[in-house]
Ligand binder design. Structure first.
Ligand code: ADP
Ligand code: MG
Length: 705
């Protein structure tokens, strides 16, 4: 096949990849050679960190440098399995290594030769053992790679299959021909060429290469994203948004169990003014307000006004849990006023879905609340007038636009509880006007906040019990889903010096808690569960049928269980301040006196200051400012868990809009002039870029005009 592999080469044309394996790759979104090279490692084994055997802890996964001590032997057991037994040593210990059904290895390991082995070390009666470790021959003076990539896999694939396929393409493709970043942009931003960057990211020799490559691809992602925004933001001229008339709102206000706060009133007026303008200019407004400031009822007013004008309203939430909750609140309020409401999520039964589609098409459903299920092709509205999206940053510009596409031109209201620094909002929501609900409804209680370390564990457990006995419920948030015995170098983990603290995982911790609190009802939710399962657990928690809910940050936004009175966040140092503030906002929503406890072993001053700031402040805006001052742009975007994995959500492979703000600015700076100079990307040197952008935009059902 020679040099004829291009990014468009189908996987099945690569050696060793048949239809079946290609299908496994397809599940990862990898269809051709280009996709394969953009299937980046999710982490790297740090094989370069070699330990003396005597320092390996029981069960630790690590690298050791060992010399073969004696001729390996093959033993056949149960008449079928062959064990190859190898004995090797370093200056500190000996190690017995066993391989299964790889009898040829007997002739591979020569006495006196050295190898770097990587795998789990077990200690049995002062004996070291390893089973089927990975290994590489060690030749003095020839450095071995520091890192070994770990790829995301699907069923039927192994690390080796992905690695081999990647290596083949890297060796047989003229990589720099596929370059999409203009040379001038690359030079101005000091970025390696595509070929080099791809070699580095798949097979970095050391941190510097890895960082260089990461930087390039982060920039690239943000650049393509910025190009798309710049191009789609060109003014479209004609404006034909639905024109609405003033309606009598007394019924609405009377149906509310409380009066609007002055801030809610002002925001409601701003929205009304947008909806009632008679020039056909669509509303494009961000309704921003701290957790609990009461955005939902303001949105409900907008929905009511829309429906009273005989237009339909779509209300989109980022998760099924939130959608259901909004549905329950809004159908109670607006249903009483005669508004016909429906809930459409991924877990809605097929028959019901069909009837909702029909109701939306013939106009009998006036308000539909749902998840991304609202932007599927089957959904057609008779007369869509207003699109409301909650917790906007979980969707991104493209989903908004995709939903808006369902009405010719519709009014758009997005709600966000995340105070966004100005620079960022100009880049991301430059097209939106902003209303801020800057005060909380009266009578809100303060949530007492504590920062503790492991020494308080016993007392904390006592406190949990006390809250439950008093009739309250408890949230415990963990940073990861499942435990990992292997400490991988996380792509986002930049600090090479400090050891990563062990993370509490939701699944394992639930087990532990069940043992510690045998009389309590304990369950967990996390982003990897099916939507229906998540909803089931959340519904049970909301109904008071669960005492302790262990979760990842899926419960970060919006969930409302007023009876919950204690929030515990484990490994609190792993979260952004704004995110922690959001988590704290899950309690103190009802009458119960509520508490929030951040558990952290972090010892650095910066970490301590950050957590202290939360203890001392209750305003999300104030906290965002502090966060910005203490560690840059803060956590204004969702972690992978929770938001970004949502189908179709604004999803960067590597970029993290919070850490990479400087790159985002640079990318934007580079994209704008290019979009102006070549608005249809017609120049031949922009062909690859155009191609890339079209693919990206297409994922969201949008086309470049
Ligand atoms: P968020 O802005 O975080 O989305 P919600 O809309 O969920 O907040 O409102 C939080 C709670 O405050 C809800 O239970 C809601 O009914 C209540 N609420 C909203 N506005 C007022 C008000 N003006 N007075 C009293 N309670 C209010
Ligand atoms: Mg809300």
């Amino acid at each position: 096949m020679g040099n004829r592999v291009t990014f468009d080469t189908k996987l099945t044309e690569l050696p060793g990849i048949g239809v079946k394996r290609a299908e496994a790759f397809a599940k990862l979104g990898v269809f051709n050679a280009g996709d394969l090279l953009y299937h980046f490692p999710r982490a790297y084994q740090h094989r370069g960190r070699v330990k003396p055997l005597c320092e390996a802890a029981e069960g630790e996964v690590c690298s050791v440098l060992l010399t073969i001590a004696q001729e390996p032997v093959n033993v056949t057991v149960k008449g079928r399995m062959t064990l190859t037994k190898v004995v090797a040593f370093d200056e500190t210990r000996r190690c017995a290594i066993t391989f299964f059904n790889q009898s040829y290895l007997k002739d591979v390991f020569r006495i006196g030769a050295a190898y770097r082995f990587y795998g789990k070390v077990t200690l049995k009666n002062a004996h070291c053992e390893m089973t089927s470790p990975a290994f590489e021959p060690y030749i003095p003076g020839v450095p071995l790679p520091e890192f070994y990539p770990v790829y995301p896999l699907s069923e039927g694939l192994t690390q080796k299959m992905v690695k081999d396929a990647v290596r083949f393409v890297i060796e047989h493709c003229d990589l720099d021909k596929e370059e999409m970043l203009p040379l001038s942009v690359r030079e101005a931003n000091n970025l390696p060429a595509l070929g080099e960057a791809l070699r580095f990211i798949h097979d970095p020799a050391h941190y510097t290469q890895l960082n260089e490559a990461r930087n390039r691809f982060i920039f690239e992602e943000l650049f393509v994203f910025s190009m798309g925004l710049s191009l789609s933001r060109r003014p479209s001229g004609r404006r034909e948004a639905p024109v609405m008339r003033e309606v009598e709102l007394t019924d609405f206000y009377q149906a509310l169990p409380f009066a609007f706060t002055p801030a809610q009133q002002r925001c409601a007026q701003e929205i009304e003014r947008d909806l009632l303008n008679d020039e056909g200019t669509p509303m494009a407004r961000l309704l921003s307000g701290d957790v609990g400031s009461g955005k939902t009822v303001v949105a409900a007013l907008a929905a009511y006004l829309c429906v009273m004008n005989a237009y339909q309203c779509a209300f989109m939430a980022p998760t099924g849990i939130l959608a259901r909750q909004h549905y329950e609140d809004l159908s109670a309020l607006l249903g009483n006023l005669g508004v016909r409401t429906a809930l459409l999520t991924g877990s809605t039964k097929a028959a019901e879905k069909r009837s909702i589609y029909a109701g939306l098409a013939d106009g009998s459903i006036q308000l539909v609340i749902g998840t991304h299920a609202l932007i599927t092709d089957q959904v057609c509205f008779q007369q869509l007038g207003l699109v409301i999206t909650d917790e906007q940053h979980r969707f991104g510009v493209r989903q908004r636009a995709a939903l808006a596409d369902k009405g010719k031109e519709v009014h758009m209201l997005v709600m966000s509880a995340t105070p966004i620094p100005r620079t960022l909002s100009l880049i991301l929501y430059g097209d939106l006007q902003i209303s801020v609900i800057e005060e909380l409804p009266p009578g809100r209680q303060q949530v007492d906040t504590f920062v503790v370390d492991e020494r308080y564990r016993q007392r904390l457990n006592g406190f949990i019990e006390k809250c439950i006995v008093a009739g309250g419920q408890v949230y415990i948030v963990c940073p990861s889903v499942e435990p990992s015995e292997e400490e991988l170098v996380d792509l986002s983990y930049k600090d090479t010096e400090e050891a990563m603290p062990k993370l509490k995982s939701a699944v394992a911790y639930t087990e532990q808690l069940r043992a510690e609190f045998p009389n309590r009802r304990i369950d967990f939710v996390h982003g990897k569960l099916k939507e229906a399962q998540k909803e089931k657990v959340m519904t049970a928690f909301a109904a008071g049928d669960i005492d302790i809910l262990v979760s990842t940050t899926v419960i970060e936004v919006g969930v409302n269980v007023p009876n919950a009175s204690l929030m515990i966040v484990e490994n609190a140092e792993r979260f952004g301040l704004s995110q922690l503030h959001q988590l704290r906002g899950r309690v103190g929503r009802g009458k119960r006196k509520s508490y929030c406890v951040f558990v952290s072993e972090a010892k650095s001053d910066a970490s301590k200051k950050r957590l202290q700031a939360l203890k001392e402040n209750q305003s999300g805006y104030k906290i965002a400012e502090i966060d910005l001052a203490l560690r840059g742009p803060g956590d204004f975007f969702p972690s992978k868990e929770g938001g970004a994995k949502q189908h179709g959500a604004l999803h960067f492979k590597l970029a993290n809009l919070c850490d990479d703000l400087d790159l985002l600015k640079a990318a934007f700076g580079a994209a704008e002039p290019l979009a102006k100079a070549d608005p249809s990307l017609a120049k031949p040197e922009h062909a690859k870029l155009k191609n890339h952008l079209e693919k990206l935009w297409m994922q969201f059902g949008m086309t470049l005009n």
